[in-house]
Design a protein around this ligand. Structure first.
Ligand SMILES: NC(=O)c1ccc[n+]([C@@H]2O[C@H](COP(=O)([O-])OP(=O)(O)OC[C@H]3O[C@@H](n4cnc5c(N)ncnc54)[C@H](OP(=O)(O)O)[C@@H]3O)[C@@H](O)[C@H]2O)c1
Length: 239
């Protein structure tokens, strides 16, 4: 399938996997809505990608705030008229063991990783279903297949597997495909942002990491398959 000319809305587009996937999509000729909280970073990425000859809309969005997701939806539809691809990618690490973790931190992390994803999907999936076409990409994680020392983060990514499968069941007869991207450790700001104080986790390259380009390539692979082929999950491990 040729993705050229399709329109994608990407959450968490200001850095890491979201920003690099935006670049790959723009190089493939896709028009984009870039959403995240950091407007400055989004605008700088937009200026770079517009040089590739595609149309870019920046919408400053905190996906934990319904009013901002509603604005993202409205702005995207007003600007482009139709949306082809949703990339639910915004997320963060959630530190702490069950015996010692901070419930407030868990609540904020779960609200972003699970509810933020659900709010975004609830807002725009009906549009894809009504058009009888489209593709939803979600950033899960290898953490959705394992359990480690930060099990609430694992729980959030296990939840994304259920959400992706539920969405597939709801939408497959409406022409919408769903792909869960489940990478292992990826060399992005994620580690410095969330686990910076935990030294051993702050060195993804030393641990043997994927590059965000690897996840972007997997996203483009899933999008470019013929309509008859649904790539439901891509599990990517370093090495
Ligand atoms: N790095 C890894 O090893 C790894 C492995 C597997 C899965 N993942 C997943 O990959 C996804 C992207 O992470 P990354 O590695 O690319 O890390 P990153 O560079 O820290 O990117 C996280 C993105 O999420 C956005 N974000 C955070 N809170 C948000 C909010 N409330 N509303 C909207 N956007 C928000 C951030 O932008 P703003 O701060 O501008 O809002 C940023 O663009 C996450 O879902 C993460 O769980 C990462």
């Amino acid at each position: 399938m040729d993705v050229r000319g399709q329109v994608a809305v990407i959450t968490g587009a200001s850095s890491g996997i979201g920003a690099v996937t935006a670049r790959h999509m723009a190089e493939a000729g896709m028009h984009l809505v870039l959403a995240a909280r950091d407007r400055t970073r989004l605008e700088s990425l937009a200026r770079e990608l517009e040089l590739l000859g595609v149309r870019i809309l920046v919408v400053e969005t905190d996906v934990t705030r319904q009013v901002e997701v509603d604005r993202l939806t409205r702005s995207s539809l007003e600007y482009f008229g139709a949306i082809d691809v949703l990339f639910a990618n915004a997320g963060r690490g959630i530190l702490g063991s069950i015996a010692t973790g901070d419930p407030e931190l868990w609540a904020a992390g779960l609200d972003l990783n699970i509810n933020g994803t659900l709010r975004f999907l609830r807002a725009l999936v009906p549009h894809l279903m009504a058009r009888k076409q489209g593709h939803v990409l979600l950033t899960g994680s290898i953490a959705g297949h394992t359990v480690g020392p930060n099990p609430v983060y694992n729980a959030s990514k296990w939840a994304l597997r259920a959400i992706a499968e539920g969405l597939r069941q709801e939408t497959s007869l409406h022409g919408v495909r769903v792909t869960l991207l489940s990478p292992g450790i990826v060399d992005t700001d994620f580690w410095a942002n969330q686990f910076g104080s935990q030294g051993q986790n702050n060195r993804p390259r030393d641990l043997g990491a994927l590059a965000p380009e690897d996840v972007a390539a997997a996203a483009l692979y899933a999008l470019s398959q013929p309509a008859r082929a649904g790539v439901n999950e891509i599990l990517l491990r370093p090495g």
